[in-house]
Design a protein around this ligand. Structure first.
Ligand code: HC1
Ligand code: SF4
Length: 574
């Protein structure tokens, strides 16, 4: 232990404690901006670049950055001296001196950490009106927008992209006043191997990184009434959107979502969970087929589009191991424009499919050339959970008090297995629930495979299945995925199936979810809600979804059969 004094109080703290952490123990709330500690996800940004957390250390002339400096034996710290407080304000004013003052139209308006700090530190006038940068916006991708003029060099995105996701897309460019974070040689994002996981967006404190705005396209489609506009909503959205309406993190809002979509004017209100059950039928069949026919193992899940881009770019020699199943969002789009169109007697060209996703990469996924029926995209527009929240606020829909509604059939039924897709480990647990019964021909009485759950970055489990033991691997976060894939390349890992999700916690921690502002406990609460919703469902195995099984009887034929292959499977490109 280290003995220290803060603001006149003596205390002992473990070695390695930062001044900022120690100050919390005496209720001293030192502001921070660049600092971010995503406990549980291995991300600590301690660049100390913003200098808004300065404190006074007795006996020193210079102030110290509290977020990065560790306490030492006998140190005496004053967190609220006038010298420290005025230096913090001055440093913030310098940061603001070249910041574009576009708060009213900024995507981060009222969600911006810089804006919140300016309010907290009482900045109402900018005393240093400096030269402004004017660099072009990067809107080259279908997923995210980069506005370098709003970059404050906090380097949170860089830490996330390089250390956690190991993608290496973002780093500091230029020097001094011209410095900003972006791809090397200032390439357009679309010309890099960015996976569009959106985790840089999730941690950016300002509007320097945000998702591509598709809200106006959806409003325009709903207003024009020219098309049959339908919506689908992903599993993880229902446990997070309430946060945008000051509901407790982990509130389950499935029924309110169905009602909200009808109020917005959608002609069909569908649940991506239905398509997640469909995905399991295909994926479990594919796993069993590979086991029985000596196919390539392990099979890797393929529903996360950032993960798909990651393995395409980084592991082109392993393209034959991921499942060929399209993701649930795309399977839903395909089924809407084929099966549903036929049933409803609507020309597929007259249908517009909107997805509400917790994910930014889903915006890019729908643009992929192979995810089309002829010229027609399977899914037309993707909005994030956040964007849906903004649209509901704009429409004045009081989400908190909406009555619960139901999704439309024939694409609305879902089981507990599909809901858990939203959490790390959930896709593989759902697949195991079905594979178990199909391999053993016995009823699975306890569907809770708790060994597959949790938030550890890399997990493994063995599930006994009569004559064999199914070996399962799970990774979330692309850095963890990289470790898994390198283990496979070296021939060290022996799994039948591996689930990988790009984001912390899986889709519940997606880059399009309400901002967590560094509070990882929110992700935990969303995860708990996912398993609560699963536990409350009368059916918890995907093959018990009657509307999905009806689809096979009426339209697709055999699971993993010829028509299912044609419509529900895809290919990958190095
Ligand atoms: Fe996901 Fe999936 S779980 S990828 O995280 O397989 O986005 O929620 O919709 O497609 O179902 C996201 C979530 C989502 C797909 C499903
Ligand atoms: Fe890196 Fe993901 Fe951001 Fe792309 S979207 S720059 S891969 S963190």
């Amino acid at each position: 232990m280290v003995h220290i004094r803060i603001n006149g109080t003596d205390l002992s703290v473990p070695k390695g404690t930062t001044i900022h952490e120690a100050a919390k123990l005496v209720n001293a709330d030192i502001p921070t901006l660049c600092h971010l500690n995503l406990e549980g996800f291995g991300m600590v940004n301690r660049t100390a670049s913003c200098r808004v957390c300065m404190v006074e250390v007795v006996g020193r002339q210079a102030l110290s950055p509290s977020c990065s400096e560790m306490v030492t034996e006998g140190i005496e710290i004053i967190t609220d001296s006038l010298k420290a407080v005025s230096a913090r304000r001055l440093n913030l004013e310098l940061l603001l001196s070249n910041h574009p003052m576009e708060c009213l139209t900024c995507r981060k308006n009222l969600q911006c950490d810089l804006q919140a700090l300016a309010k907290r530190l009482g900045i109402y006038d900018i005393q240093f009106v400096g030269e402004k940068m004017s660099r072009p916006l990067d809107k080259s991708s279908a997923a995210l927008v980069k506005n370098p003029d709003k970059c404050i060099m906090c380097r949170r995105c860089e830490t996330m992209c390089n250390e956690v996701q190991t993608c290496g897309i973002l780093s500091a460019n230029s020097r001094g006043f011209d410095a900003f974070v972006g791809p090397a040689f200032n390439l357009d994002m679309a010309d890099t191997s960015c996976t569009f996981c959106g985790q840089c967006v999730a941690v950016c404190p300002t509007g320097a990184l945000s998702e591509i705005n598709n809200m106006h396209k959806v409003w325009a489609a709903l207003l024009k009434h020219e098309k049959h506009v339908v919506v689908q909503v992903a599993p993880a959205v229902r446990v997070a959107i309430g946060e945008m309406f000051d509901m407790e993190p982990g509130s389950i809002t499935t029924g309110q979502l169905a009602t909200a979509f009808r109020r917005m004017g959608f002609n069909g209100v569908f649940d991506t969970d239905w398509a997640a059950d469909l995905t399991i039928i295909e994926e479990a069949s594919e796993l069993i087929h590979r086991i029985e026919h000596g196919g390539k193992l392990p099979i890797l899940t393929s529903c996360c589009p950032a993960w798909v881009r990651f393995f395409e770019y980084q592991f082109p020699d392993l393209l034959d191991i991921p499942s060929t199943c399209k993701s649930p969002q795309i399977m839903m789009g395909t089924m809407i424009k084929t099966y549903y169109a036929e049933k409803m007697n609507i020309a597929p060209e007259d249908i517009l499919v909107v997805s509400v996703m917790p994910c930014i990469a889903k915006k890019a996924e729908v643009q992929r050339e192979e995810l089309r029926i002829g010229e027609m995209k399977d899914v037309d527009w993707v909005i994030t959970t956040r964007e849906l929240g903004y649209m509901l606020k704009e429409a004045g829909i009081d989400f908190r008090t909406l009555p619960e509604g139901e999704f439309d059939q024939i694409l609305g039924e879902s089981t507990g297995a599909s809901i858990i897709f939203g959490s790390t480990g959930g896709v593989i647990e759902a697949a195991v629930r079905t594979a178990y019964e199909w391999i053993t021909h016995e009823e699975l009485t306890d569907v809770n495979f708790r060994q597959l759950r949790g938030l550890e970055g890399i997990r493994s489990a063995e599930v006994p299945l009569k004559d064999m033991t199914l070996k399962i691997g799970i990774a979330h976060g692309l850095g963890n995925a990289r470790k898994m894939l390198e283990g496979i390349q070296r021939g060290e890992l022996d799994f039948h199936a591996i689930e990988i999700m790009a984001c912390p916690g899986g889709c519940i921690g997606g880059g399009g979810q309400p901002y967590h502002h560094g509070d990882f406990s929110i992700i935990r609460k969303r995860q708990e809600a996912i398993y609560r919703e699963d536990a409350g469902k009368p059916k918890r195995k995907s093959h018990e979804n009657e509307m999905v099984m009806k689809l096979y009887r009426e339209y697709l034929g055999d699971p993993y059969g010829e028509k299912a292959h044609e419509l529900l499977h895809t290919t990958y490109t190095a």
